[in-house]
Design a protein around this ligand. Structure first.
Ligand code: UGA
Length: 441
């Protein structure tokens, strides 16, 4: 089966390569000529473990191609997936649907009869029907089908998430039609999954669109809840690790997404919580929990910067702070909405000297962080002459660092571990002032 994937970004590349691995013939359409040239040359413009190898393998098997030309790809396709960006519109919480609408118009111009049009991008409720309306208006005579198939990929784990998903959500225009071409085509496409029947969850278009937002918003809320409990533990003498372990053993709660941190970031939670809150306000049913989650997360990033300044004392303009980790989480080079983008400018403005290190995020960070920051070539290099060491991302390569390695390099002894990657006792025994989240110090 031939399919077209519109968008050579994160979702399009991962989904395209994985569907090719499932046996489909996939053409990924990328409109940016520079990015397209890189893709054609075998370069993968994003860091995602395993993706480069998978793309190379599928291209060699001639199941995956890249093109800038939609018409010929669509002509031989039975399905087209829209996997373009839906960023937050400037000045509002709305998702910017201009790329989705442009894709719908381009599809309408070239679609063969009986094409299935699938929205894979995260789109606000109602978008699937808008796409259908755009196509219907442009080509009233065309027979086509529409579906929503949102993605639940985590950056850093996207390939396993695609190949071994908890569930595949499929929204259809008419859920009562159990033999619709849209349903059977998507069943065929996902047939190579292990136990596909139990994983495919069919529902209406609106429900599928809402499921994606509801899942991300719930997880963002869960992380924010853990962050607030961590603050309460610090104030009252509790220990967040014990509290979340105790909570998480209840299967109704589950232990996942209860690790406190400097605030959630990335390309999804911040954008999707905003978009969901906006859709809900527009629908006349505001989601107070989500609105509060967004505000609490923003405030948290600033508060954790203030904590560094408070602990540094009056001497901040003479202090050097080593920062380990810049990306919004480990295993990605993504700096979008990373807590470091709020925290580091505040420390810089206060007069601190910053020496930072991140295994993947420094190229992007240079364009986003204030001038005058030193980019180190290793964590130990960042720590040289530092008064304070601040951990913002839980990269595995930071975990084995020992007090014996840092003591001779650092000038001071204060460590702020905002990701709980080290053991308090080890550092205290070695003479460091070790602060982590969720316990009293
Ligand atoms: C998230 C969802 O987890 C995916 O299911 C979804 O498909 C994706 O968004 C998307 O919509 O495309 P991702 O943005 O890659 O995936 O990141 P997560 O691993 O979910 O982490 C989000 C943020 O929460 C990060 O800043 C992370 O550091 C933070 N977090 C997560 C915590 O602070 N504590 C936790 O316990 C878990």
């Amino acid at each position: 089966m031939h399919i077209t994937m519109i968008g050579g970004g994160y979702v399009g590349l991962v989904s395209g390569a994985c569907l090719a691995a499932f046996g489909a013939d996939v053409t990924v359409i990328e409109h940016d000529p520079t990015r397209l040239d890189r893709l054609k040359a075998g370069e993968v413009p994003i860091y995602e473990p395993g993706l480069e190898d998978l793309i190379a393998e599928q291209r060699q098997a001639e199941r995956l191609t890249f093109s800038g030309n939609l018409a010929p790809a669509l002509q031989k396709s039975r399905a087209v997936f829209i996997a373009v960006g839906t960023p937050t519109r400037r000045g509002s919480g709305h998702a910017d649907l201009s790329y989705v609408h442009a894709a719908a118009r381009a599809i309408a111009a070239h679609a063969p009869d009986n094409l299935l049009i699938v929205t894979k991008s995260t789109v606000p409720v109602g978008t699937g029907r808008q796409v259908a309306a755009i196509v219907r208006q442009a080509r009233p005579e065309l027979t086509f089908h529409i579906a929503s198939n949102p993605e639940f990929l985590r950056e850093g784990h996207a390939i396993t998430d695609f190949m071994d998903p908890d569930r595949i959500i499929i929204g259809l225009e008419d859920i009562s039609d159990t033999t619709s071409p849209a349903r059977s085509l998507l069943e065929d496409l996902y047939a190579p999954l292990k136990e596909p029947k139990s994983r495919l969850l069919f529902m209406g278009l609106e429900s599928a669109e809402l499921t994606k937002y509801a899942a991300n918003a719930f997880l963002a809320m869960k992380v924010t809840f853990a962050n607030e409990m961590a603050d309460l533990c610090e104030a009252t003498g509790g220990n967040i690790t014990d509290v979340t372990r105790g909570m998480g053993m209840d299967p109704r709660i589950s232990a996942h997404f209860l690790t406190p941190g400097p605030g959630y970031g990335g390309s999804c939670f911040p954008k999707d919580t905003q978009a969901l809150a906006t859709s809900a306000r527009q629908a006349g049913t505001p989601t107070q929990l989500i609105e509060t989650t967004i505000a609490a997360n923003e405030a948290r990033k600033r508060r954790l910067a203030e904590r560094v300044l408070t602990l540094a004392g009056d001497n901040i303009i003479h202090s050097t702070i080593a920062v380990l980790g810049l990306t919004f989480k480990a295993h990605t080079d993504d700096m979008r909405q990373a807590p470091s983008l709020t925290i580091l400018p505040l420390l810089h403005e206060a007069g601190a000297t910053l020496r930072v290190y991140d295994p993947q995020g420094m190229e992007a960070a240079r364009k986003l962080l204030p001038e005058g920051i030193t980019y180190a070539h290793s964590p130990l290099h960042a720590a040289e002459d530092a008064d304070i060491l601040l951990i913002l991302t839980e990269w595995p390569e930071f975990i084995p660092i020992t007090p014996a390695q840092l003591a001779p390099r650092m000038r001071g002894t204060l460590i702020l571990d905002y990701r709980q990657i080290w053991q308090e006792k080890t550092w205290r025994d070695a003479g460091f002032r070790y602060h982590c989240l969720g316990m009293r110090h």
